[in-house]
Design a protein around this ligand. Sequence first.
Ligand SMILES: C[S@@+](CC[C@H](N)C(=O)[O-])C[C@H]1O[C@@H](n2cnc3c(N)ncnc32)[C@H](O)[C@@H]1O
Length: 327
Amino acid sequence: MGRAKINTKLKPSKKADLRTDEAAQVRIANRLSLLEQSSKGETRGAWSKSKTADLQVVKPVKTTRYSDIDLNNWKAYDHVKTDTLWEFPARLREGGHSNEYHGNYIPQIAQQLYERFTKKNDVVLDLFFGSGTSGIEAVNMGRRCIGVELKDELAESVSEKFTPKQLVTDVRIICADSASEEAKEKVQASLDIMREEKAQFLILHPPYDDIIKFSDKKEDLSNCDTTEEFYDLFEKVAKNGYDMLEKGRFAALIIGDSYKNSEAQPLGFECMARMMKLGFRLKGIIVKDIQGNERAKGKTANLWRYRALAGGFFIFKHEYVMVFEKK
Ligand SMILES: C[S@@+](CC[C@H](N)C(=O)[O-])C[C@H]1O[C@@H](n2cnc3c(N)ncnc32)[C@H](O)[C@@H]1O
């Protein structure tokens, strides 16, 4: 299995640095030439004028308290999304990612969220770790990650994607029920090892109710008797996440809706409401196109279209990425 490697694609600030270096060299050359001229008794006025201009051009790096994006160079971040409609042509398969786990999210979501809402070395907490997409991308982007997953065999196999050293310092994988007190204690122990009091970013990518059944365990959110029970369990996990997240930092909920008993189930909006009830401040509702990460719907697409026309419902083409802040 491929190990996570550093993704060299996402280094806009490096580009910006190079540009700044070139500009600095040009300025130094200009100054030297002006000094030379001035020592020969020429252009005194030009030197002082240029000095004032230089002071205006050189700006220090300006970031927010939660990201490394240099706001003085904001035009260099074209790849960072700031609108509410996310479309990705295809799932990223390089950088240690594969699509072997049914129900994983596409790595581009983590890339977008990490760049906007985390700094280098920050700890991301993912309470539905699954196949570890959040952890792989954390390593690729110089962040750290704690992942909690209910299925022990999955937690074990995901560990193989990381080196023994990474599993100590960068990615901690915990097998537990994320709604439990035990999970909280284990996450706290990992935070202690990582010398952090709380996590700096929270990711919640729960099962979409029972659309995909992940296990037979009673604690599994995909195995609830009713959708109401799913919401209640989700709220417990979100509460644990809230408690373990640093104040003033961000959380993301990745979720799609479902259709049950001839009725659309607004899983996204109800889970969003539960998070707001816990004290999370809603910062954005992003609609993400899912056509790139659907599995083999091609052959059955026409059948679904027929069913939709006959049954008066709509075929899901999107999921949500909802962003919150802990006040
Ligand atoms: C939608 S998947 C997450 C996929 C993951 N984001 C990825 O990219 O691979 C949801 C995961 O939550 C796990 N899960 C369900 N109930 C859980 C619980 N109570 N505690 C921890 N994990 C749970 C499932 O086993 C499943 O792997």
